[in-house]
Design a protein around this ligand. Structure first.
Ligand SMILES: [Zn+2]
Length: 133
């Protein structure tokens, strides 16, 4: 997802013309992933803010942590910051999203990175509830 699609939303005004409004990052998201990854994204969010970046949202995508942010106005993303974000995102594939212990990428019933225990719990609940979680 590009920053444009993340922060710009089309709105219809009363005169029938479509306009694009830029969302405040906190309007756009917030953390949408399990608490197990808080230790991964908390320091990254603090570092981003220290560099003047605006954090848009933190979420799970295809089993991994994703952190979207905007660099300070007109600036390129500093390389150091980009590598901190990438490192957290890559590390998330080895950390259980739910509890923070060591995890692995699972594909059943849906893609998620979980430890054996959380995966077992998820499979049980999935069968019990009859839906994919
Ligand atoms: Zn777990």
């Amino acid at each position: 997802m590009s920053f444009d699609s993340l922060f710009r939303v089309r709105i219809e005004s009363g005169d029938g013309k479509a306009r694009v409004r830029v969302l405040d990052p906190f309007e756009a998201g917030g953390a949408e992933c399990g608490a197990g990854w808080a230790t991964l994204y908390d320091p990254v969010v603090k570092a981003l803010e220290a560099f003047g970046c605006r954090v848009a949202c933190v979420w799970e995508l295809d089993g991994g942590l994703r952190i979207e942010f905007l660099p300070p106005d007109g600036d390129e993303t500093p390389g150091a910051i980009a590598s901190i974000v990438t490192r957290a995102e890559v590390t998330s594939f080895a950390v259980c999203e739910w509890c923070g212990r060591s995890g692995t990428l699972r594909s059943v019933p849906t893609t998620k990175t979980l430890c054996d225990e959380c995966q077992g719990e998820r499979e049980l609940n999935s069968i019990r509830l009859g839906r994919r979680i």
